[in-house]
Design a protein around this ligand. Sequence first.
Ligand SMILES: Nc1ncnc2c1ncn2[C@@H]1O[C@H](COP(=O)(O)OP(=O)(O)O)[C@@H](O)[C@H]1O
Ligand SMILES: CC(=O)N[C@@H](CCC(=O)OP(=O)(O)O)C(=O)O
Length: 299
Amino acid sequence: MSTRQHTALPKARTLIEALPWLTRHHGKTVVIKFGGNAMVDEELKAAFAQDVVFLRHAGLRPVVVHGGGPQISAQLDRLGLTSEFKAGLRVTTPETMDVVRMVLAGQVQRELVGLLNQHGPLAVGMTGEDAHLMTATKRWADVDGERVDIGRVGDVSAVEPGAVRALLDDGRIPVISSIARSADDEHVYNVNADTAAAALAAALGAETLMVLTDVEGLYADWPRSDDVISRLTVSELEKLLPDLASGMVPKMEGCLHAVRQGVRTARVIDGRVQHAILLEIFTDEGIGTMVVPDEGEHA
Ligand SMILES: Nc1ncnc2c1ncn2[C@@H]1O[C@H](COP(=O)(O)OP(=O)(O)O)[C@@H](O)[C@H]1O
Ligand SMILES: CC(=O)N[C@@H](CCC(=O)OP(=O)(O)O)C(=O)O
């Protein structure tokens, strides 16, 4: 009897290799934050959409929260307005807020929804304003120990995840812009997208928060070295937080918050690498930086 050599055998083996990961994560919610800096390359964006759709078809419940800092700055520049950041947060006047809302909800979110929906009627876009998803209170920046007014920047004070859950139950992929309502509905707030993703992951009881950015992960001694910290507990991260700078502050604060609130792992991964999300499936320890609970917590 002759056995036929099937050329597709290595592909079948690869699929089987993914089985333990897929079994472990089946039915689990994964909140994926896609940063504006990782979003500047067309091929990367298309690969990101493929990964998210793959997760959805593999039985996970992916939720996308997107940023768009560079895209907002470019539009402000076109309008002759300046971009100013304090402690990693955009100083947001009412005029700036109009641009933030227009760019995030009208441009970046639409583009991601379009890319995902090339694979079927899956993605539905919303902002934190929709169905009271996110309510925020005014956030002040801490600059050298001083409390500084940065305008319409908000911190998430409440999340009503019902609408997102309903979309997930319906098999959709929610794509969420980081804008929140104020409790009195007088205006809207600009929320850092890392902060929004973390709040949402916590409220949804997500298994994982994945933050895609434009560096390999959290560098131990940035900018002097590029040694990536591959794993740290929330207590270790808490000690490190005061030494962090710029964009890493809301990211790592978000990871800390999410894991403290019961999210099993939070990861910062390199969104410049094609298929960064799927690489997670095939590497035991994962890539980038992983934040885990302290030993003995959420058993
Ligand atoms: N310890 C650190 N490790 C890695 N990156 C850091 C660190 N501290 C500050 N950064 C900066 O944070 C940036 C990522 O944050 P940000 O620019 O807000 O990205 P995103 O658009 O993905 O949210 C990096 O490009 C890097 O310049
Ligand atoms: C308050 C604040 O800073 N909001 C951010 C919202 C977008 C964002 O966070 O985008 P990235 O993830 O690409 O940085 C901003 O206005 O740029």
